[in-house]
Design a binder for this molecule. Structure first.
Ligand code: SF4
Ligand code: SF4
Length: 382
């Protein structure tokens, strides 16, 4: 099996502000090229694109290819489960949206402290084990965004897990909060095959600081994206690396990289250590752009978009606001969304964030970086 999985969470959209406006024809074309090149693993979830990700998969894959030629992974949305009856309804919805009568890899989605209501009474696990016995699920696993200790405890309490999906990339490897290395070691200890998510940290590792990019390119001529993907694909125990692809060009680039992917050598690992140091000296907010926080914000602030603009500004390490100041102005101009300074610090977004970012605290910095220099006002005085 080739190791690149098509993550269906950042699909091309007709309207950038409407998650459900998936550009189906473009996804069809991307899936066709993906399959033609010998790749066949797709990863979706009930919540991606407000349910349209699963629909887009059917449109692009199920409707065109024999069932045994592709592999689909889908997930039970633990943070939304508060009644046992939901389990059957959601599962049936998923089979229908995907157009399949079984799911190859099925995950309990986003196992962490804030989603405990969705699984702690054990009913979700029992329900999914039953579905597996009935043949509707081929392999049962889970995705996690918590500490290694928490992940290990979950494995002990749910011994039927056959695989695990973890956020692993070179920047998070030694991060004390995200604990990529420690979680990876737990997976290895329990012999759980690993699916890697966020190998590029939501695209962040594609545009690293110039100084880091230079180190990589001067060594072997390869761009940062190739280094990041080679890093995770080379880890023992990793059987799939997901990339959330948003355009045909991204897909082509990933296919080329994975066609003949090789692990990093020792010298390259040493260079990665220096790259991490450079990035950590520049990175402002470790947002992956997963959008989990969006629906919680009463001020309708598009939090990941503001963090993305802010991170790019910080990485440029300049007081010149031309490039990213304009991006901020364009965001503000639409008038439909709250600005960083509109944050009322209600904290509703914090438990939603798998990266454990103190969002209101970071938004104050975003506000101070853009709104005061650009507009000369400070909407929410401390
Ligand atoms: S703390 Fe700020 S960003 Fe977070 S949900 Fe409340 S208003 Fe929105
Ligand atoms: S702030 Fe957190 S929850 Fe929101 S998009 Fe970024 S990583 Fe995801």
């Amino acid at each position: 099996m080739k190791k690149l999985g098509f993550g269906l969470m950042r699909l091309p959209k007709l309207d950038k502000d409407d998650e459900s406006s998936v550009e189906y024809e473009q996804v069809d074309k991307m899936a066709e090229t993906f399959m033609k090149n010998g790749f066949n693993y797709f990863d979706t979830a009930y919540i991606y694109h407000q349910g349209r990700s699963e629909v887009a998969f059917k449109h692009a894959v199920t409707d065109h290819y024999p069932r045994e030629s592709f592999i689909i992974a889908d997930k039970m949305p633990l943070p939304f489960i508060n009644k046992d009856e939901q389990l059957e309804n959601i599962f049936q919805d998923q089979l229908e949206r995907l157009g399949v009568d079984y799911i190859d890899y099925y995950l309990m989605h986003n196992v962490c402290e804030s989603s405990e209501d969705g699984y702690l009474n054990g009913k979700t696990y029992e329900f999914l084990k039953q579905k597996k016995e009935e043949g509707y699920i081929k392999h049962l696993g889970f995705s996690a965004h918590d500490s290694a200790e928490y992940v290990e405890e979950f494995i002990k309490q749910n011994p039927g897990m056959e695989f695990i999906q973890l956020q692993i990339n070179y920047l998070d490897w030694e991060n004390n909060v995200l604990q990529a290395r420690k979680c990876y070691e737990v997976a290895q200890k329990y012999n759980l095959p690993i699916v890697v998510m966020e190998p590029l940290k939501g695209g962040f590792l594609v545009n690293v600081p110039k100084e880091a990019e230079k180190l990589m390119c001067e060594y072997n001529g390869q761009p940062p994206i190739q280094w990041a993907l080679r890093y995770v694909a080379g880890l023992p125990g990793v059987f799939m690396v997901l990339s959330g692809m948003s355009s045909y060009d991204q897909l082509k680039e990933n296919i080329e990289i994975f066609d003949d992917i090789k692990p990093l050598n020792d010298e390259e690992h040493e260079i990665i250590k220096k790259v991490v140091e450079i990035i950590n000296n520049n990175i402002a907010v470790e947002c992956t752009g997963c959008n989990y926080c969006l629906s919680s914000c009463p001020e309708n602030i598009v939090i990941p978009e503001l963090f993305q603009i802010y991170n790019h500004q910080m990485i440029q390490n300049t007081d010149n606001f031309t490039a990213y100041g304009n991006a901020y102005i364009n965001y503000a101009k639409s008038g439909e969304h709250g600005l960083a300074g509109d944050c009322i610090k209600c904290q509703a977004c914090i438990p939603k964030c798998p990266q454990h970012i103190n969002i209101p605290e970071e938004l104050v910095k975003v506000r101070d970086t853009f709104e005061i220099p650009l507009y000369g006002f400070n909407q929410q005085e401390e």
